[in-house]
Design a binder for this molecule. Structure first.
Ligand code: ADP
Length: 499
C-alpha cells in the first residue's frame, strides 16, 4: 500500500500546530506517525537522489520530534503528581516503533495501535448472564489524572459490561496476547481509577448504553441504508476474520442527511443487531466548557470502547466538533478535540487492521451539515451514506409503526395519509401521528373540569383517530426540511458520497 504525500504533509502540519498550541502529547503522536510514514516510503524509493532528499526530511522531522519530546520531558519533570507525566515508554524511538508495529497491509492513514490493554474479555451487554468478580482494568498513560488505585471507592461507578450478540462472550486475552478462557459469567468492569472521576461519571451517565434495543424492524424504510450499514459495520463485527487486509473495515462510517430521518435509530439498530456496547455521544456530551477536558473525554471514550470491544461509538452532530480547520468558529480547544479524535480513529483502524479481531471498535457518525465537516475527518469517515427523507412506502411504514397502539376510524387510508405527507421526515411524521392521536381526546375533554375528566370512562377517552384528524394535524406540523436543503445534500453526496 502506498504512503500518500498529502497525509505526510497534513500530519506534519498537525504535529507542528499541536506543538505550537502546547498540545505536546498530541503533537508527539503525530510526529511519530509522520516518521513512520516516511520510513515506510523510504523502503519503496529506489532512486538514490530522491531517497537522500527524503532521508533529509526524515532527519529534520526527527529533530523537531526530539525537540518537542524534550519540552514534554521538561514539563513532566515539573509535575509532582504524575498527572500527565511523559513516559519514555510512550514515546520511544519512532523507528523502533515502526519495526515493532508495522504490518504489510497497513493503510498509510493508520497509526500505531493504542497502548495495549491487558485482560480484556469481550463484552456481555445483554441480560441473562451471571456476573462474577470484576477484572482489573489498567488504563493507558495518556490523560491519567493520578496513579491507578483500586480502593472500593475508586471502583464506585464502574461501567457494566455489554453482552452477547454475534460474538462469543467468554473469551479474554492474557498479557502475552494469547486467548484465554474467562470463567463462566465473568463481567468486565471499567476501572475509573487513574482517570478523572468526573469525566468517567459523565461518560457513564450520558454515553454508555448497554442495550439500545432498537431492531431493524423498528426502523421504517431505509432499506438501502440498512444494507450498507450491514456490510460496513455489522458484518465486520460478526465475522471479523473475513474483514482483514484489503477488506479491512472502514475507518469510520458517516450517515448524512436531513434531521429526523432516522440516523440515530440506525446507529442504535447497528448496536442492537451486533450486541456491541453502544457509546452514544453527541457533540454536546463530548465538548466541555472546561478547557482541556474535551480531548481527555475523547481519549477516555475510545479507551473504554476498546476495553468493552467489540463496541460501536456513535458520534452524533459530528460537524459541531469537527468543523473545518481554520474556519472562523474554530478555536484552540476544538482544534485539540479534533486532533484527538483523528488520532483515536487512526488507532482504532490500526487495531482493526491488526490481528486481534475481538478489539474491533466501529466509529459511526452522523451529521445534518456535511458541508461543515473538516477535510481530515471527512477522509477518515471513509464510507458516507445518505439517509434520505422517507419514500411514500416508507411513510406508510412509519405511520404503521407510530400508530401501533392507536385505534383508527374506518375512513383512515394510510396510503392517502402518506401521500399528503410528502416531504415530511420520520420525526415530522411521528409528530403528526402524536397530534392526530390526541385530537379525539381533546374534543372529548373540551370545557370539562379536571374532576369531570377523571370520571370519563377509559373507552371514551381512547376514541378512534379519523382521516380528518390526520389532515388537521398535518396543518399544524410543518415540514422541517426544505427543497433547497435537499438539493444541498444531493450536491454534497454527488461530490463526496461513497456508496
Ligand atoms: P436523526 O438522528 O436523523 O436526526 P432520529 O433517528 O433521532 O433522527 O429520529 C427522530 C425520531 O423520528 C425517532 O425517534 C423516530 O420517532 C422517528 N423516526 C425517524 N426516522 C424513522 C424511521 N426510519 N423509522 C422509524 N422512526 C423514525
Amino acid at each position: 500500500m502506498t504512503t500518500s504525500y498529502t497525509d505526510i504533509c497534513e500530519n506534519t502540519k498537525l504535529a507542528r500546530e499541536n506543538a505550537l498550541f502546547g498540545s505536546y502529547d498530541t503533537s508527539l503522536v503525530y510526529y511519530q506517525g509522520v516518521l513512520q510514514q516516511i520510513q515506510k516510503l523510504l523502503v519503496t524509493i529506489k532512486d538514490a537522489p530522491r531517497r537522500n532528499k527524503w532521508q533529509q526530511v526524515r532527519s529534520e522531522i526527527n529533530t523537531e520530534y526530539e525537540q518537542v519530546k524534550d519540552i514534554q520531558n521538561t514539563l513532566a519533570s515539573f509535575k509532582t503528581d504524575g498527572r500527565s507525566g511523559f513516559s519514555q515508554h510512550d514515546y520511544g524511538s519512532p523507528f523502533d516503533d515502526y519495526s515493532r508495529h508495522e504490518e504489510p497491509t497497513r493503510d498509510p492513514d493508520v497509526w500505531p495501535p493504542p497502548t495495549p490493554v491487558e485482560n480484556r474479555p469481550s463484552p456481555n451487554i445483554r441480560g441473562g448472564v451471571q456476573r462474577p468478580a470484576p477484572k482489573k482494568y489498567e488504563p493507558s498513560n495518556r490523560y491519567r489524572s493520578k496513579p491507578s488505585g483500586n480502593t472500593p471507592d475508586d471502583r464506585r461507578g464502574r461501567y457494566g459490561g455489554g453482552g452477547g450478540g454475534g460474538r462469543p462472550a467468554d473469551r479474554g486475552r492474557d498479557n502475552k496476547g494469547k486467548e484465554k478462557k474467562v470463567e463462566d459469567g465473568d463481567e468486565k468492569k471499567f476501572d475509573p481509577a487513574g482517570h478523572d472521576k468526573g469525566l468517567v461519571e459523565n461518560l457513564e451517565r450520558d454515553i454508555v448504553q448497554k442495550n439500545p434495543n432498537v431492531h431493524w424492524d423498528d426502523i421504517a424504510d431505509l432499506v438501502e441504508a440498512k444494507k450498507l450499514l450491514q456490510e460496513a459495520v455489522v458484518l465486520p463485527l460478526i465475522i471479523p476474520d473475513f474483514f482483514k487486509g484489503i477488506r479491512r473495515p472502514w475507518k469510520g462510517v458517516c450517515m448524512i442527511g436531513p434531521p429526523g430521518t432516522g440516523k440515530t435509530m440506525l446507529a442504535k439498530g447497528v448496536a442492537t443487531e451486533c450486541g456491541t456496547t453502544f457509546f452514544n455521544c453527541s457533540a454536546a456530551s463530548l465538548t466541555s466548557k472546561y478547557r482541556g477536558e474535551s480531548e481527555k473525554m475523547v481519549c477516555l471514550l475510545f479507551e473504554m470502547a476498546r476495553f468493552y470491544a467489540p463496541s460501536t461509538i456513535f458520534i452524533d452532530e459530528i460537524d459541531s466538533i469537527c468543523s473545518k480547520r481554520g474556519s472562523g468558529s474554530e478555536h484552540e480547544a476544538s482544534r485539540r478535540v479534533k486532533s484527538e479524535l483523528l488520532i483515536q480513529m487512526d488507532g482504532v483502524a490500526g487495531a482493526c487492521a491488526g490481528e486481534d479481531s475481538s478489539k474491533i471498535v466501529m466509529v459511526l457518525a452522523a451529521t445534518n451539515f456535511p458541508w461543515d465537516l473538516d477535510e481530515a475527518l471527512r477522509r477518515r469517515l471513509e464510507k458516507r451514506i445518505y439517509i434520505p427523507l422517507p419514500t411514500v412506502e416508507g411513510r406508510v411504514e412509519l405511520l404503521k409503526i407510530n400508530l401501533k397502539e392507536v385505534p383508527l376510524a374506518s375512513d383512515v387510508d394510510l396510503m392517502e395519509v402518506a401521500k399528503v405527507l410528502d416531504g415530511y421526515s420520520g420525526a415530522d411524521i411521528t409528530n403528526v401521528c402524536r397530534d392526530a392521536a390526541m385530537m379525539s381526546f381533546r374534543r372529548r375533554i373540551k370545557g370539562l373540569t379536571p374532576d369531570e375528566i377523571k370520571r370519563i370512562p377509559k373507552e371514551e377517552l381512547n376514541m378512534p383517530t379519523s382521516m380528518e384528524d390526520f389532515l388537521e394535524a398535518k396543518k399544524k406540523v410543518n415540514k422541517s426540511v426544505s427543497k433547497d436543503d435537499l438539493k444541498k445534500y444531493e450536491e454534497w453526496m454527488t461530490e463526496f458520497g461513497s456508496v
